[in-house]
Design a protein around this ligand. Structure first.
Ligand code: AMP
Length: 726
């Protein structure tokens, strides 16, 4: 949940009306490569300036009366030589730009993405929803292998988080009454900044236009000076930090127009992303499709706390659909209008954010991108998590613990750890009440994508719902011994106040009761010295005179048996579709087939996420092999291993290629009636195993109890005939 909201209701201070829901693309880096790109830009600019000066000199020479031909020829030769040098410098710069991940890398990224997406769509991992009616942007169906992958990811999520931490899982409705989302701030502030084509009215996300412009310029404009390039990189790095005004100013400065028509654009303005509806036939109860699952947990806090034996810390979790009416959905599964979220709300005492299991993750080392490095235009750096917490880079142990657990979750799923980083939110990007926020970003062909947000949201959400509902969402710490504490006691005399203020009495009483200790003690001193005092009542919009008889203020010593407080919440929020798409890209590769011009597609899913764990192929079409295949299928079913039998007459190589393409890790080929071969997808190694053992061996590797190399030591290798592989 990421958006800026009202500060506390008491202070009434506002944070900028700026929302922060953006894909964060690769930001500027000052690596040695970037440095050499800068010096090459400088060198090219200098060469170009010399070419221009020489061209000018040639023109002047030609115009000069009495200039002799040899002199002109020499100057022209010199100009030609300078142009050659400038051309070489331009080529060098182009090569550096490409090396640094720009133009040609962008082309190969695009080609790679096409290959992945074509395979995913052809094999029905996902399908544009309502395709026969030409689809709707930002809505996708998962097909059979996609559903299986998603279900495996969610099963592992439950195991890794819910089971491991004894979380309380809930399942709340998607349709949510307005009052809930008003309290949470979504009705007023869940917005993205939008610009409109002033003639056609087409809408665009303002930050997307700016991002596209900067990236294009950096990739294609070799005439950019080093300073201009540095500025564009800085804009990319700070994109999430811009206010509406700053974004608007940049769009104007760069002369950015509507991409399709080149018409001028409006100033950026906020667009609320929630789908509105009404509940029931009367239309008088407004509601929204929930934009996140978290609110369902917050409103149930009281019951969940009780269910947990009135003890902190504890976490609740929810998996479910979330709905956001994205302005310009793009990038396939990465930005859609309905998606699955898996969210955890970990409730903790704000005075003690230590975590008993932090030690389990403290030694993990991975790429982190703290605020300081981002603002200095530097790159993400490997940091040991324990050090990040002890040095205060990460605010507290519990937040650090979840960062570590998210790292383990993603890498165990098959996300490449070299292309995973944890990026800290920039100051403006973070809601004012939040203590610290980090996004797990995964690099794919679209750049660095925020896939999991991990935020310490302090007590904001529970306070907001307490205030709106009137139900205190608080926790209690029982003291072993009663503690003596000094307590401010304000007792307004309703009778006296009623006589003086009549109908306004209630407002004055409330204002008196709401005074903090400092204000109350100042009033007490004034009442004692002067007998009366002027007091501003904000709900009346004016000051009233309070006399000694109207209020009694004292500091009393009291024995307290417990402390009552609003817990802080630490929220890891997982975009399941984004994680799955990045996993698709990180798992995809091609290998040559027998016919050299053709490439075979493979998804190297770990068995944990593979949509099907095993395929069973009779080598040739005979009844006896078909029977063995059926016996094996039965034993795989009994062992709980998902599988398919492929008895099509096509060559075994073609059948291997077909299952590799949906990432099935193991294939059993029936080539005799007492033993069979098991082939592993990536190594293509085969072992021979007796029919009775097949199911247990496949289960052992598919469940991750043993690795393939453990297994290969135990069974004889089978050398496949050449023709067995495509
Ligand atoms: P947020 O509440 O905006 O921090 O979003 C939580 C997570 O939901 C993000 O980390 C993303 O992984 C995911 N997410 C947000 N918006 C979308 C979207 N439009 N499509 C797919 N996933 C999204």
């Amino acid at each position: 949940m990421r958006f800026a909201l009202l500060a506390s209701a008491v202070s009434k201070s506002f944070v900028p009306t700026k929302t922060l829901r953006r894909l964060h693309l690769s930001s500027a880096s000052s690596s040695p490569m970037a440095a050499s790109e800068e010096s090459l830009r400088l060198a090219l600019a200098e060469k170009q300036a010399t070419v221009d000066a020489q061209a000018e000199a040639v023109r002047a020479l030609k115009a000069r009366p009495g200039a002799v031909k040899p002199e002109i020829d020499a100057a022209v030769e010199c100009l030609k030589a300078l142009k050659v040098e400038a051309g070489a410098a331009a080529r060098q710069l182009q090569a550096a730009v490409s090396r640094n991940g720009n133009a040609s890398a962008a082309c190969s990224r695009e080609a790679f993405r096409q290959a992945v997406v074509n395979t995913l769509e052809r094999r029905l991992f996902y399908i544009p929803s309502f395709k026969i009616y030409r689809g709707v942007a930002g809505l996708y169906d998962y097909g059979p292998p996609g559903c299986a992958v998603k279900s495996n990811v969610l099963t592992f999520w439950r195991q890794h988080f819910v089971l491991e931490e004894n979380m309380l899982e809930v399942d709340c409705p998607c349709v949510t009454p307005e009052v809930v989302l008003k309290a949470s701030g979504h009705v007023d502030k869940f917005t993205d900044l939008m610009v409109k084509d002033e003639k056609t009215g087409t809408c665009y996300r303002a930050d997307h236009l700016l991002k596209d412009y900067c990236k294009q310029k950096l990739e294609k404009d070799l005439a950019l000076s080093a300073e201009q390039a540095a500025e564009l990189k800085h804009v990319l790095a700070m994109l999430d930090d811009f206010s509406a005004e700053e974004l608007g100013a940049k769009l104007k400065d760069y002369g950015i127009t509507a991409p399709d028509t080149k018409n001028t654009l409006s100033d950026p303005y906020p667009f609320n992303l929630m789908f509105q509806t009404s509940i029931g036939p009367s239309g008088i109860l407004p509601g929204y499709m929930r934009p996140e699952t978290a609110q369902g947990i917050f409103v149930n806090f009281k019951d969940l706390y009780y269910y947990n034996g009135n003890k902190l810390p504890f976490a609740a979790a929810q998996i479910g659909q979330a709905f956001r009416n994205e302005i310009s959905p793009r990038q396939g599964l990465l930005r859609v209008r309905e998606f699955t979220l898996a969210e955890i709300e970990h409730f903790v005492d704000p005075e003690d954010k230590s975590h008993s299991k932090f030690i389990d993750v403290a030694n993990l080392e991975f790429l982190m991108f703290p605020r300081r490095e981002q603002m200095a235009g530097e790159s993400a750096i490997p940091i040991i998590l324990g050090e990040a917490v002890s040095k205060g880079i990460v605010n507290n142990e519990t937040l650090g613990y979840f960062i570590g657990r998210v790292y383990l979750f993603l890498t165990r799923l098959g996300i490449d750890k070299e292309r995973l980083r944890f990026r800290q939110h920039l100051p403006n990007e973070m809601a004012h009440y939040a203590a610290d926020c980090w996004d797990a970003e995964i690099e794919c062909s679209y750049g660095w994508i925020e896939c999991v947000g991990i935020a310490d949201r302090s007590a904001y959400d529970l306070r907001a719902h307490s205030e709106k509902s009137g139900v205190p969402l608080v926790a209690h710490e029982k003291f072993s011994e009663p503690r003596e504490i000094e307590k401010l006691v304000i007792v307004p005399s309703k009778k006296e106040l009623g006589l003086s203020f009549k109908g306004n009495q209630k407002m004055v009483v409330e204002a008196l009761e709401a005074m903090n200790e400092k204000e109350a003690l100042e009033m007490k001193a004034s009442l004692e010295s002067k007998g009366e005092v002027e007091f501003y009542v904000c709900t009346l919009g004016k000051a009233v005179v309070i006399t000694k008889k109207m209020v009694a203020i004292s500091i009393e010593k009291k024995k307290e048996h417990q402390r009552v407080f609003t817990p802080s919440v630490i929220e890891p929020s997982f975009g399941i579709g984004r994680i799955i798409y990045c996993l698709f890209e990180h798992s995809f590769y091609t290998r040559p087939s027998k016919s050299v011009e053709e490439q075979l597609n493979v998804f190297r899913f770990p068995p944990l996420v593979a949509p099907i764990k095993c395929t069973v192929f009779p080598l040739i079409k005979t009844a006896k092999f078909d029977d063995v295949a059926k016996i094996i299928a039965k034993s795989l079913t009994a062992a709980g291993v998902s599988h398919i039998i492929d008895i099509t007459g096509t060559s075994i190589g073609k059948r291997y290629a077909r299952t590799d393409e949906i990432g099935v890790p193991f294939a059993v080929t029936v080539d005799s009636t007492d033993s069979v071969t098991i082939r592993e997808r990536d190594s293509k190694e085969q072992i021979r195993v007796s029919i009775d053992e097949v199911a247990s061996v496949v289960k052992e590797v598919a469940d991750g109890q043993s690795t393939w190399s453990d297994i290969t030591g135990r069974y004889p290798a089978h050398v496949a005939a050449q023709s067995n592989e495509e």
